[in-house]
Design a protein around this ligand. Structure first.
Ligand SMILES: Cc1cc2nc3c(=O)[nH]c(=O)nc-3n(C[C@H](O)[C@H](O)[C@H](O)COP(=O)(O)OP(=O)(O)OC[C@H]3O[C@@H](n4cnc5c(N)ncnc54)[C@H](O)[C@@H]3O)c2cc1C
Length: 460
């Protein structure tokens, strides 16, 4: 009924336009796309009506704090000072109702389920993430990785066995299961001499493969890591889509190799394993095109998580230190062009073969979201057909997620969970990232303020 009213409205409007050759009746597509850009303007603070007063104030307070560069830049240090001063319990008492509540779903299944039920009522779907941040020099033996695997298997189970599970997704960090050191070494090796994908697939199947260039203990660890990944993939096929995170350029090639092997093994009839493409990288477009070719040659379905990229500062610092070429696009505009270009490529192939390719437009950027929606419309891709969905992080740009969901798109919220201690590095990164996601956050703050003012007026 609402579509009909809109239609009528539009017609009416046109009659008042001056007659002339230019005002010839516009095409239905143009009219639809007008409606689309009006609804996806993300200007409507009513998206926040579902939030409690406490939640509004919390969000405003936290985004306000994130707007002070001093605080954000020294966030990690400040947090560890606070932890020393307040002690573990005091620190947890400070963080729990504030930053933690904003960005983390909870610690145990009951807490997680509570916040997921709320989200599912709003039409948002779950993408659980076990926040394990590993970088070089932090690894501690096979046991640690086995524990991480158990945590991931638990995540698989939780993702698909609850009332709020609806075509669930989860995020997977390979460096939580395979040491970052080995990933770096593999990266060096495969840039010199690419590994055969089948070798990795056979190792996942349990064959004792001997990988060239690795010593005995490295081979053993690699085989164990592949077994862990294999176990998680087996547990999730036909139940949960597993989205593998992209990390740093000095290990991404190894992560992609392993992910492609998982795709080859598990994506024969559907996209259960997905890879991530970071569009801030100069080479991201060619990496995506390579993946498209490979999936075609090897006959597997390709799932793509398209992001801009989260590690810009660290990547740049490293490139400078090592005297290499900066792997990141020179400016934000170039990253944007890269993102939108790759988005177009994916939507194009999806419109031709929607059963072979899938994408999650994982961004808070309104322009990219609108662009995706517009192209979907033009190419005739279903809003909720499964091939295209959108993703934002919990606690960030709810106005974008809620509006998209209301309009009938498939929207996922990436939901980290765990204790304050375990999620701390994630929280620090979140705060720092809010600095680079300027536009979205400023807008969200404005909308939150509007909604707050409206309620204050109402309560008078
Ligand atoms: C569901 C989900 C999953 C994610 N998974 C991953 C992942 O696996 N790996 C990963 O790295 N990130 C991941 N991210 C984070 C993502 O890469 C971005 O950091 C974050 O989403 C901000 O980008 P944006 O498009 O939302 O916002 P925008 O505000 O549009 O863009 C900000 C981004 O633009 C880029 N940028 C900013 N300034 C410049 C500049 N001067 N020059 C060049 N580029 C610049 C940076 O990448 C920055 O993060 C994920 C995000 C979501 C929502």
């Amino acid at each position: 009924a609402s579509a009909a009213t809109h239609h009528h409205h539009h017609h009416h409007h046109q009659q008042h336009r001056p007659a002339g050759p230019r005002s010839a009746p516009r095409t239905a597509a143009a009219r639809r796309s007008d409606l689309l850009s009006a609804t996806l303007a993300f200007e409507d603070p009513s998206a926040f009506r579902v939030k409690s007063l406490g939640e509004l104030l919390r969000a405003l307070g936290i985004f306000r704090l994130c707007s002070f560069p001093v605080l954000v830049n020294h966030c990690g240090k400040l947090m560890s000072v606070a932890r020393t001063l307040l002690g573990r319990r005091g620190f947890s008492l400070l963080l729990r109702p504030t930053v933690y509540a904003q960005f983390v779903a909870g610690e145990n299944e009951r807490e997680i389920s509570q916040s997921m039920e709320k989200m599912s009522l709003l039409g948002l779907r779950p993408m659980l993430a076990v926040p394990i941040e590993e970088d070089l020099g932090e690894s501690t033996g096979e046991k640690r990785y086995d524990d991480n695997m158990e945590a991931m298997l638990e995540c698989v189970r939780m993702s698909h066995s609850n009332a709020w599970s609806r075509d669930p997704m989860m995020q997977l960090k390979i460096t939580a299961l395979l040491s970052p050191e080995l990933c770096v070494k593999l990266t060096t090796l495969i840039t010199q001499q690419p590994y055969d994908l089948n070798l990795v697939v056979r190792a996942m199947d349990g064959e004792p493969i001997n990988f060239p260039g690795l010593d005995e203990s490295e081979v053993a660890h690699f085989l164990c890591g592949l077994q862990r990944l294999n176990k998680i993939a087996e547990a999730s096929v036909n139940k949960v889509r597993v989205l593998v995170d992209a990390e740093y350029t000095y290990m991404n090639p190894a992560l992609s190799l392993v992910t492609m092997a998982m795709m080859k093994k598990f994506n024969k009839d559907g996209s259960w394993i997905w890879n991530t493409y970071q569009c801030y990288l100069k080479e991201s477009r060619s990496l995506l095109l390579d993946a498209l070719c490979l999936s075609k040659d090897e006959g597997f379905c390709l799932g793509v998580k398209l992001v801009r990229g989260a590690y810009m500062d660290k990547e740049r610092k490293l490139a400078e230190k090592e005297g290499c070429l900066d792997p990141i696009h020179q400016c934000w505009e170039d990253t944007n062009d890269s993102y939108n270009g790759s988005l177009d490529v994916m939507l194009e192939v999806i419109s031709q073969k929607p059963e072979r390719y899938r994408i999650i437009v994982a961004t808070h950027n309104e322009e990219s979201v609108r662009r995706a929606a517009k192209r979907m419309e033009e190419l005739g891709i279903d809003k909720d057909g499964g091939a295209v969905c959108f993703g934002q992080l919990l606690g960030m740009c709810d106005h974008v997620s809620l509006t998209l969901a209301k309009e009938g798109y498939a929207v996922y919220k990436s939901v980290p969970y765990g204790s304050v201690e375990d999620t701390l590095p994630y929280l620090v990164r979140r705060a720092q990232e809010n600095r680079t996601v300027l536009q979205g956050i400023r807008k969200e703050r404005d909308l939150l303020r509007k909604e707050l003012r409206r309620r204050l007026r109402l309560s008078k």
